[in-house]
Design a protein around this ligand. Structure first.
Ligand SMILES: *Cc1c(COP(=O)(O)O)cnc(C)c1O
Length: 464
């Protein structure tokens, strides 16, 4: 490498680019609560600076970092702040950012214990903490993946493995050709990532037995077809629009009696199960077999942080198993047996840091706080003449105007005002605006300020 290698040694030694990046990062953090929640059109247009051919010659490192800061930073969305309510995102708890920063310099891959003893240890510890928090059987295990999309895939892969194995069919060896049939039952409001996982796994979306849902998007327990041990039943903790929870108490018990595999998509809602005052929403959920949940939404860890939990450890590790002549298995935790990837970043560092920082009480406060701000949002919007369409049981609020056109115009104006950011969706055939309260940083003032922006937008569209 010669010249460029010398440069790199020097960059490590003199730390200039690290100080430079740190400096920019601190500036960003200082502005986060005041900046536009969505970038200006100019900032977006200026991104064209990145449209260049791959340089032939090495670029000065300082210049690389400078370009990122000058053009990248203004074109970010302020998801870290308190007034971003789009999608179901989540902010980041400061200690998580700091821990991730250390982890960045460690650059660990917790595939095997020998590759990262600290990664392996933290994964083992957090696995126990989560199993306790969610009240799962002691034998349950956790895989630390990029998000709920992957966690859904892993949970359903475990289900597929177990059901076929019970039919004397080793999916790993024989594949799906001529395999015994697996039934899949899901509510009509299942998240699209569930469908994605089902199609990747070769189970086929057209084979899903769809179950009708009630006005909150909850699966209707009485309409669930007959369950049996060749069936995967997919339930939801937190409907992505309304935040509603399926009736686990009735359904999971029924499933248990018939030995049906229940998979829970609990991307943001499973955290209710860890919170004393919200636990009533998830009653009975621990009887399910596999769970997908995010750290990066409700718990406010940095991206990308998802977890698959499975009370059938053998099914999970068998579904995700890998081997190779160079692999060194240990008696400690080898993370790659619980995830699809071999190498992955040690996201466990910030997950551990945040759980340790918050403690049980802190988690209670965080999640309950999101709920309380959502309730406030709904109440103030109602007071100002907006129609709230859902029961605000968790962190989601959906509203609509009299007509779809008005709703769309309102949303567009709210987005243009940039005081807050919300997205649109559709809810039983109606266009809606979806407000998702996911940030620790959202204060009562932020909610009031955002509602004010809705009022202003409404005034504007009624005058034009
Ligand atoms: C966000 C979400 C997902 C997907 O999770 P990612 O972490 O984005 O992969 C799945 N299901 C529900 C209900 C969600 O809200």
């Amino acid at each position: 490498m010669g010249e460029i290698q010398d440069k790199m040694f020097q960059e490590i030694r003199n730390k200039d680019i690290f100080n430079q990046a740190q400096h920019y990062a601190f500036d960003y953090l200082e502005s986060i609560f005041d900046r536009h929640v969505f970038p200006t059109q100019k900032a977006i247009n200026d991104l064209s600076v990145f449209d260049e051919a791959l340089p032939v010659k090495s670029t000065n490192a300082k210049h690389v970092i400078e370009q990122l800061n000058t053009y990248g930073s203004p074109a970010t969305t302020a998801t870290l702040g308190g007034r971003y309510f789009g999608f179901v995102c989540g902010s980041t708890i400061p200690v998580g950012l700091a821990a991730k920063n250390i982890g960045t310099y460690w650059d660990q891959a917790p595939a095997m214990h020998v590759l990262s003893p600290v990664g392996s240890k933290l994964e083992a510890v957090v696995e126990k903490w989560l199993v306790g928090l969610f009240n799962l059987p002691e034998t349950a295990s956790a895989g630390f993946v990029s998000g709920t999309s992957t966690a859904n895939l892993c949970g359903l892969a475990a289900a597929r493995y177990r059901i076929l194995q019970r039919n004397n069919w080793d999916i790993n060896k024989k594949g799906l050709r001529n395999a015994p049939e697996i039934r899949v039952i899901a509510g009509k409001q299942a998240h699209s990532t569930v469908l994605k996982a089902i199609s990747i796994l070769g189970l086929g979306n057209e084979n899903i037995e769809w179950v009708d849902v009630d006005d909150q998007g909850r699966i209707k327990p009485d309409l669930i077809p007959k369950l049996d041990e060749n069936t995967i039943l997919i339930l939801q903790a937190g409907n992505v629009n309304s935040g509603a929870f399926d009736n686990f108490e009735i359904i999971c018990e029924k499933a248990k009696q018939t030995n049906t595999w229940v998979h829970i998509d609990g991307a943001f809602g499973l955290w209710a199960h860890a919170v004393d005052k919200l636990k009533y929403l998830t009653k009975g959920i621990e009887k399910a077999t596999s769970f997908a949940v995010d750290g990066h939404k409700t718990l406010n860890t940095p991206y990308d942080c998802g977890i698959v939990l499975c009370s059938d450890q053998d099914a999970l590790t068998s579904a995700l198993h890998m081997s190779g002549s160079y692999i060194i298995e240990s008696s400690e935790r080898d993370g790659m047996f619980f995830t699809p990837e071999m190498s992955r970043r040690a996201r466990i560092i910030e997950l551990w840091a945040i759980l340790k920082y918050l403690g049980k009480e802190g988690i209670d406060n965080l999640v309950l706080g999101l709920h309380e701000r959502a309730v406030q949002f709904a109440a103030e919007l109602t007071k100002n003449g907006f129609e709230v369409l859902n029961d605000v049981v968790f962190n989601q609020v959906i509203i609509a105007c009299d007509t779809d056109q008005e709703t769309e115009a309102l949303l567009k104006k709210v987005q243009e005002l940039r005081a807050c950011w919300c997205g649109g969706s559709s809810w039983f055939g109606r266009k809606v605006i979806r407000i998702s309260v996911c940030s620790w940083a959202t204060t009562e003032k932020d909610v009031a300020h955002s509602v004010q922006s809705f009022v202003e937008a409404k005034k504007y569209i009624s005058e034009t």
